[in-house]
Write a protein that binds this ligand. Structure first.
Ligand code: RET
Length: 301
C-alpha cells in the first residue's frame, strides 16, 4: 500500500487533497435553493472560526469546562454502589462527554457549514452564513441523557421516559432541519414550529407527569429544583434560535453562539453537578425506589 502513496499521487484520505479537489466547487456560486454544507473546506471553516474571537471563545469555553466537569463527575461518583444510582451517574456523565465531542467538532470546523440564506431571511444576499449545525445534531445525544437522568431520579415508568426522550430527539432533529433548510424561509419556520411542538411535549412530561412520580419516590425536592432549572433554561434555546442568526438575525453569529454556550453551561454542567452531588449524598433514597427502570431491587434481592 505504501508504494501507492508516492510524492505525485496524493492518497485519497489525505487531508490536504481538499484544497485541490474542492476548488472548482468553491468557485461556483450556489443558488439559494442549494444546501451547501461542504462549499468551503474544513480548513477555510477553521480559519473563519478562529478569526471570529467571540465565536471561537464560545466553543473553547465549553471544551475547557466539559473537560473539568468530566474529571469532577468521575470523582464525585467514585463511591456510588447502587445500580440505579450508578445508572443516573452514567447518564449524567454522558452530558459533558457528548459536550466535549460536540464542541471539538464545532471548533475544528468539522461540524460547521456555510449556508446561503433564502430570500425573506434577514441575512439573505449576505453571502454564506456560518451554520454550526453540529450543535443541533449533538443535542440529539446530550438532551436524552439529561432527561434519562431526570426521569430516573423521579422514578418514572418506561412509557413516560420513552415519551420524553423520543419527543426530545424529534425536537433536536427538526431543529437541525430548521437550521439547514434554505429553500425558503417559510419552511425554516415550519420546521421550527414542529420542533417547538415536540418541545412542548417534553415540557408537559417534566411539569405534569414527573413531579408526581418524584413525590412518590421521595426525590421531589431535588427533582423540583432540577425541573425548574431545566424548564426555564430549555425555553431559552428556542428564543435564542428565533433571535439569533438562524432566525430573525437580530444577534450576530458570534453572539448567538455565546448565547447557546452560556445556556449550555447552566443547563449541562450546573444541572449535572447539582444532580450528582445529591445522588452521591442520598444513594439510599435512590436505591429504595421501587420504579421499574434501572431498579436495583429485583424480585430475587
Ligand atoms: C431549537 C430550535 C427549534 C425549536 C426548539 C429548539 C429547542 C432546543 C432545546 C435545546 C436544548 C439543548 C440542551 C443541550 C444540552 O446539551 C432546536 C433551538 C424548541 C430545548 C439542553
Amino acid at each position: 500500500m505504501a508504494a501507492a502513496v508516492s510524492t505525485t499521487t496524493r492518497p485519497a484520505t489525505a487531508h490536504h487533497m481538499d484544497t485541490t479537489m474542492i476548488e472548482p466547487a468553491t468557485a461556483e456560486i450556489p443558488t439559494a435553493a442549494q444546501t451547501v454544507l461542504e462549499l468551503q473546506t474544513q480548513g477555510d471553516a477553521l480559519t473563519e472560526i478562529q478569526n471570529n474571537d467571540l465565536l471561537y471563545s464560545s466553543f473553547w469555553a465549553n471544551i475547557a469546562l466539559a473537560g473539568v466537569a468530566i474529571l469532577l463527575f468521575v470523582y464525585m461518583g467514585r463511591d456510588v454502589e447502587d445500580s440505579r444510582a450508578k445508572l443516573i451517574w452514567v447518564a449524567t456523565l454522558l452530558v459533558p462527554l457528548v459536550s466535549i465531542s460536540s464542541y471539538i467538532g464545532l471548533a475544528s470546523g468539522l461540524t460547521v457549514g456555510f449556508l446561503e440564506m433564502p430570500s425573506g431571511h434577514a441575512l439573505a444576499g449576505e453571502g454564506q452564513i456560518l451554520s454550526p449545525w453540529g450543535r443541533y445534531l449533538t443535542w440529539t445525544f446530550s438532551t436524552p441523557a439529561i432527561l434519562a437522568a431526570l426521569g430516573l431520579l423521579a422514578g418514572t415508568d418506561f412509557t413516560k421516559l420513552f415519551t420524553a426522550i423520543t419527543m426530545d430527539i424529534a425536537m433536536c432533529i427538526t431543529g437541525l432541519a430548521a437550521a439547514l433548510t434554505n429553500s425558503s424561509v417559510l419552511y425554516r419556520w415550519l420546521f421550527y414550529g414542529v420542533s417547538c411542538a415536540f418541545f412542548l411535549a417534553v415540557v408537559y412530561v417534566l411539569l405534569f407527569e414527573w413531579p408526581d412520580d418524584a413525590r412518590a419516590a421521595g426525590t421531589d425536592e431535588i427533582f423540583g429544583t432540577l425541573k425548574n432549572l431545566t424548564v426555564v433554561l430549555w425555553f431559552g434555546y428556542p428564543v435564542l434560535w428565533a433571535l439569533g442568526s438562524e432566525g430573525l438575525a437580530i444577534l450576530s453569529v458570534g453572539a448567538t453562539s455565546w448565547g447557546y454556550s452560556g445556556l449550555d453551561i447552566l443547563a449541562k454542567y450546573v444541572f449535572a453537578f447539582l444532580l450528582l452531588r445529591w445522588v452521591a449524598n442520598n444513594e439510599s433514597v435512590v436505591a429504595s425506589n421501587q420504579a421499574v427502570i434501572g431498579g436495583g431491587s429485583s424480585a430475587d434481592d
